[in-house]
Write a protein that binds this ligand. Structure first.
Ligand SMILES: [Fe+2]
Ligand SMILES: [Fe+2]
Length: 181
């Protein structure tokens, strides 16, 4: 698998997470119960998969490799700012979840920041998917292979992706996720 294909595969997992987040904030807005542990699982996947693995692959390898080779510099700069924006929203989700857990009525801000995060993901992923199509044409096969070898050599990260995908599978079994409205 090339580096671009690995990142596209990451995005498929992230899109499942995005759908889970939408179901979660919709349930919260309807005043339905979503266990704190499920919302914590969502924030854990954001931190450990999106930030620690996927954004690291993009920021430390893919963007530096693609950025200078053509007209991609402006896109890369925009994506880095968006990643930072995403991290700030995730901090807000964790912050308000903590307050809610400690007894304050913080359901609404948790729902609101989850919704903001889902909107961020939708926008960011669709722009990056288009970017990958162009970047793929600009990268030469040796560069693609070198990066994908590097991604796969980080065995702990690759193994952690498998575990986190199982957590996504698990969240998709929840009643609040499966309920039709
Ligand atoms: Fe990204
Ligand atoms: Fe991405």
């Amino acid at each position: 698998m090339s580096a671009t294909e690995i990142l596209r595969e990451d995005h498929l997992h992230v899109k499942r997470l995005e759908h889970i987040i939408i179901k979660c904030y919709e349930a919260l807005y309807r005043e339905e119960d979503v266990p704190f542990s499920d919302i914590e699982k969502i924030t854990m996947i954001i931190t450990e998969f999106l930030d620690a693995i996927h954004h690291a692959r993009e920021e430390n390898s893919y963007f530096p490799c693609v950025g200078p080779s053509g007209d991609f510099e402006a896109d890369v700069r925009k994506f880095l700012i968006e990643h930072e924006f995403g991290r700030k929203i995730a901090v807000q989700i964790t912050h308000h979840l903590g307050k809610w857990k400690s007894g304050e009525e913080d359901r609404e801000p948790v729902a609101r920041f989850l919704r903001t995060y889902a909107i961020y993901l939708m926008d960011h992923l669709s722009k990056e998917d288009k970017f990958f199509d162009e970047a793929e044409k600009a990268l030469d096969p040796a560069e693609e292979k070198e990066m994908s070898d590097y991604f796969l050599a980080a065995k702990a990260a690759a193994q952690r992706v498998d575990e986190l995908v199982k957590e996504i599978d698990d969240l998709e079994t929840r009643n609040w996720y499966r309920a039709e409205h």
